[in-house]
Design a protein. Structure first.
Length: 273
């Protein structure tokens, strides 16, 4: 009808409820319940409330669920009710979540992250780790510049948490590499002032991400999805482009996310050269 009267409101979304192949998975539709903080963790562990919360979204018809972030290292505890994915104790809670969601035929991914320089030592009482000692204008804490040995520890941490997720029944993992992420910190010339193999040109700044992708893929095997949430833009002048995806992961998702939760106007742009 003219003017759109009488037209089905969903007629413009003809693909929304069609299946989608995602690496080894086939989604029933293209509705994704994306990662966000719930504050349901108890003593660093997934709770029964987590299982009920995600199961309800699966029952509602979501084609894919991605959980909130799971910390990959003891130095990353920016808020109280964070899931400590680095602890083997999380596996039982993971199984409760995945079994509850799978009961509705919905696949579920776990999001892995280390908040890097946009974290806090309030709960961990440990130095905040980052590529360079550049304080975030909002969080203000001066981070510790990680050594090459500590970078290897970060990579191993991601792999260990990915293995816990696989053991707990997740269908794959998503790497959070945009806002509040140590990977984002390495990718950006505003926060990565290193002169070694992990700093300087984009190829070097992306080295940590490539190493994490390879380690996580090995940890979860070829039968699970590996996603990477990178920022579409750095939101400031002279920002580098997002690195090209590796062909090894089962999935690469470049979302339109902000690179940092800090306003552009707050950054000292002289560092972005």
């Amino acid at each position: 009808m003219r003017g759109g009267r009488g037209r089905c409101p969903m007629s413009g979304f003809r693909h929304l409820f069609s299946p989608l192949r995602l690496g080894p998975l086939t989604l029933a539709n293209r509705i994704v319940f994306s990662a966000h903080l719930t504050n349901y963790a108890e003593d660093g562990l997934p709770s029964e409330q987590h299982a009920a919360y995600y199961a309800a979204r699966a029952a509602g018809g979501a084609g894919l669920i991605i959980t909130e972030e799971h910390s990959t290292h003891v130095t990353d505890w920016p808020y109280e009710k964070l899931i400590h994915g680095f602890s083997p104790r999380v596996v039982a809670g993971y199984r409760r979540i995945t079994e509850a969601v799978h009961a509705h035929g919905t696949p579920i991914l776990a999001q892995l992250n280390h908040n890097g320089g946009q974290a806090s030592s309030m709960y961990s009482r440990l130095p905040v780790w980052a590529p360079s000692p550049v304080p975030d204008p909002l969080f203000r804490e001066v981070p510790k510049e990680v050594t090459v040995a500590e970078i290897a520890e970060i990579v191993a941490g991601y792999a260990a948490v990915a293995a816990h997720c696989a053991e707990g029944g997740f269908d794959g993992v998503e790497l959070q590499c945009s806002h509040s992420s140590i990977v984002r910190g390495f990718l950006s010339p505003a926060t990565n002032l290193r002169t070694d193999a992990y700093g300087g040109p984009l190829e070097n700044r992306a080295r940590l991400l490539r190493e994490i992708v390879d380690a996580v893929r090995e940890a979860i095997g070829p039968g699970r999805v590996l996603g990477c949430g990178c920022a579409a833009t750095n939101s400031w002048t002279a920002a580098p482009p997002s690195p090209r995806p590796s062909r090894r992961p089962g999935w690469w998702r470049p979302p339109a996310r902000p690179t940092t939760s800090t306003p552009r106007s707050a950054w000292p742009l002289r560092r972005c050269t």
